[in-house]
Write a protein of this length. Structure first.
Length: 439
């Protein structure tokens, strides 16, 4: 099967996957019920989000904030939306645009929480890209404030609404492979860097506001050559969350949803951690969770990325050849191999020859959000779900800083009970002028 990216999954699913997958369409409302929307970010993932949200004729993009006026998609947006108001500073946009209903936050990871919180404090509904935040504390606070203000929220884990994702969850919860004892999930991406930060200062390009790009992060010299902008920020400790934060929010989403895990009993990283500036290339982190009704008494989840992969005996269970990204669920009655955005496979094959695959319905993750804002639907990945998922993922990112160390987590106290050094990374301090009330 050809590899499908998360950006194209929703557009191509109907053609790629045959029955039993079914898509549900939304009804359209009168033009008078238009959602007035702003985007934080104009290009890259933000451009993709804008394209998918404005596919609804019931949403109108009225404003966008981007720190780089030279980004190619920004010019295209101005052509497509002649009345579009463009800002460089997200704070000014939120102060001036009084009639907004909703926003999408599609910036580098370190700015997700401060922008989303400022928008939520204004009572705006939020579509927030994954990972929802860069720290565990931020994820907890966004979840709490969304509930307090009764806001419509959705995290940008589009695979969550895909029929394949829903089928994985359904098969596990209906007991196709029995109670799950362990899960192994991986991504071949390598958002990290072993090199030290270059000791240099480059000229800031015309049209790019470096101070606004830094946002909540501490001041530092600009380094060109793509070191930070537009994409390599994912590798940097102060701005991204590495491959773990980037891809685990997608790949561990069905694991989180299917077996109902939440707060781990313990978490341990096995490989060398990040250097002073960058996330590590290769990761192996093991969580142990208390059992749920879908699992054994305790259930283990191990995440791998970069060149790291499940051990040979686990790979052998699914034929010894793995897709670049995916999960293996080991149950008391069998094994499920779930390639990322690919139909799950139940094994051993001869045991499931006559197994009837249940019918599932997919949804359009973006239009679901628009319709929920209009009062016609509910989102499937609101912050009440996405916040705890993000917390779990970010615990893994944090654990890589402390290799070969068993960390114990107290979810109510929002702290590790056995490692004060680890607690220093649960929350971060924002640079003066970029604070957000509630954070």
């Amino acid at each position: 099967m050809p590899r499908i990216t998360r950006r194209t999954a929703l557009k191509t699913a109907a053609a790629t996957f045959a029955a039993p997958f079914v898509w549900r369409q939304h009804a359209h409302a009168a033009p008078s019920e238009t959602v007035l929307h702003a985007s934080f970010g104009a290009d890259g993932m933000a451009g993709s989000d804008i394209g998918s949200l404005t596919a609804s004729k019931n949403l109108k993009l009225v404003a966008v904030a981007d720190v780089d006026s030279t980004r190619p998609n920004l010019a295209k947006l101005k052509q497509r939306f002649p009345d579009l108001r463009v800002y460089s500073d997200y704070r000014i946009l939120l102060d001036k645009e009084k009639d907004l209903n909703s926003v999408n936050v599609s910036t580098p990871d370190h700015m997700h929480a401060p922008i989303a919180m400022r928008a939520m404090n204004r009572g705006l509904h939020v579509y927030g890209q994954k990972p929802l935040t860069q720290t565990i504390y931020e994820a907890r606070r966004l979840t709490e404030v969304a509930a307090e203000k009764k806001l419509i929220t959705q995290m940008g884990i589009q695979i969550h609404s895909h029929p394949v994702h829903k089928l994985v969850v359904k098969l596990i919860q209906e007991g196709a492979i029995g109670k799950v004892s362990e899960v192994h999930s991986w991504s071949g991406k390598s958002w990290g860097d072993t090199a030290p930060k270059p000791d240099k200062k480059d000229p800031i390009p015309d049209g790019f506001d470096w101070d606004l790009w830094l946002g909540v992060a501490a001041e530092r010299p600009f380094i060109g050559g793509g070191y930070y902008h537009p994409g390599n920020w994912r590798k940097r400790l102060d701005f991204g969350t590495g491959t773990f934060g980037d891809m685990a929010c997608h790949i561990l989403d069905p694991v989180f949803g299917a077996i109902g895990v939440g707060n781990p009993l313990s978490i341990r990283s096995e490989l060398p951690g990040p250097n002073d500036y960058n996330w590590s290339l290769d990761v192996q982190v093991k969580y142990v969770f208390p059992g749920t009704k879908f699992t054994a008494d305790n259930v283990a989840l191990t995440w791998y990325n970069g060149n790291s992969r499940p051990p040979a005996d686990i790979q052998k269970l699914v034929g010894g050849k793995l897709n670049d990204q995916g999960s293996i669920y080991i149950g008391e009655k069998g094994v499920m191999y779930s390639p990322y955005i690919g139909p799950p496979v139940l094994l051993p094959a001869d045991k499931f020859t006559d197994f009837k695959v249940p019918e599932v319905k997919g949804d359009n993750h973006y239009l679901q959000f628009v319709e929920a804002v209009r009062g016609n639907d509910k989102t499937s990945a609101p912050f009440s779900y996405a916040g705890p998922l993000t917390e779990m993922v970010l615990m893994g990112c944090l654990a890589t800083r402390f290799p070969k160390t068993d960390l114990k987590w107290d979810t109510k106290g929002l702290k590790f009970t056995n490692n004060d050094d680890a607690n220093k990374f649960v929350r971060k301090t924002y640079r003066k002028g970029f604070e957000a009330e509630g954070l």
